[in-house]
Design a protein around this ligand. Structure first.
Ligand code: ATP
Length: 236
């Protein structure tokens, strides 16, 4: 579904991605892990059109998407749940969901149906539907960011560090939701610093280090891999 080939991205003179290749097949959950500054967000932003790849290709559903605008990429079926959630805190929960469904704005019935489904799916959001999004807890805001992305009816859901800044119990809840989405057959690219949690639920994973993929394989295999254990779990 998604094929990233030999992508290079720069910030001025800083060579942030040095020939990164990865792929995500339909129905798969793929984890991308790596330390601070490894280039995870740069890669996500390059896929979603927020950064430009200076070299390399990005294909989605068989078509080149590198160089397209972020809006065009959403329209093609890639939805991003950004790092830090970036909900519209001065708008209501409902208005946030509407923004996510802007692609379907032409058909307001479809938008209403999608919204109803989302509020049914996340009862806590229904309870708070008229509240300003900024008054939600961190976990609720993350749920809102995920449902806002789902409102665009994506083929591929890209989650950038969904556990960031959340308490351990809340992280568990968010990972449960991500796992449920996977079971429903959604295709997911999950970016995480929390390597263990991500690899435990992912089909496959990639380890990024200073702008390069240094390891890749099945989630369970990477969890047991010596290098991953040493670098991320302080073992060996
Ligand atoms: P984090 O977990 O901190 O978000 P990351 O793995 O997502 O880390 P990136 O944010 O993609 O890493 O950063 C990759 C490299 O690019 C780092 O060396 C970083 O300092 C640099 N970088 C990121 N954003 C910019 C920017 N806007 N301008 C200049 N350099 C940047």
């Amino acid at each position: 579904m998604l094929k990233v080939k030999s992508v290079h991205t720069y910030y001025g003179n800083i060579h942030a991605l040095k020939g990164v290749s990865l792929h995500v097949k339909a129905g798969e959950m793929v984890a991308l892990i790596g330390a601070n500054g490894a280039g995870k967000s740069t890669l996500v932003n390059t896929i979603c059109g927020l950064n430009r790849a200076q070299k390399g290709t990005i294909e989605f559903q068989g078509q080149a998407i590198e160089g397209l605008s972020p809006e065009d990429i959403v329209q093609r079926g890639v939805a991003l749940v950004p790092e830090g959630r970036q909900i519209f805190s001065t708008l209501s929960v409902e208005a946030n969901l509407e923004m996510g469904g802007f692609i379907h704005r032409r058909n307001s019935r479809q938008l209403r149906d999608d919204m109803a489904r989302m509020l049914e799916r996340f009862p806590i959001l229904r309870e708070r539907s008229t509240q300003l999004a900024g008054t939600l807890s961190g976990g609720e805001q993350q749920m809102l960011a995920i449902s806002r992305a789902l409102m665009s009816r994506p083929q591929l859901l890209v989650l950038d560090e969904p556990s960031m800044g959340l308490a351990p119990l809340v992280i568990k809840e968010i990972f449960k939701i991500i796992q449920e989405l996977r079971k429903e057959g959604r295709t997911i690219l999950l970016i995480e610093q929390n390597a263990r949690a991500a690899l435990q639920i992912a089909d496959r994973g990639y380890v990024l280090e200073t702008g390069k993929v240094v390891l890749q394989g099945e989630g369970a295999m990477l969890l047991e891999h010596r290098e991953v254990q040493r670098a991320y779990f302080g073992k060996g």
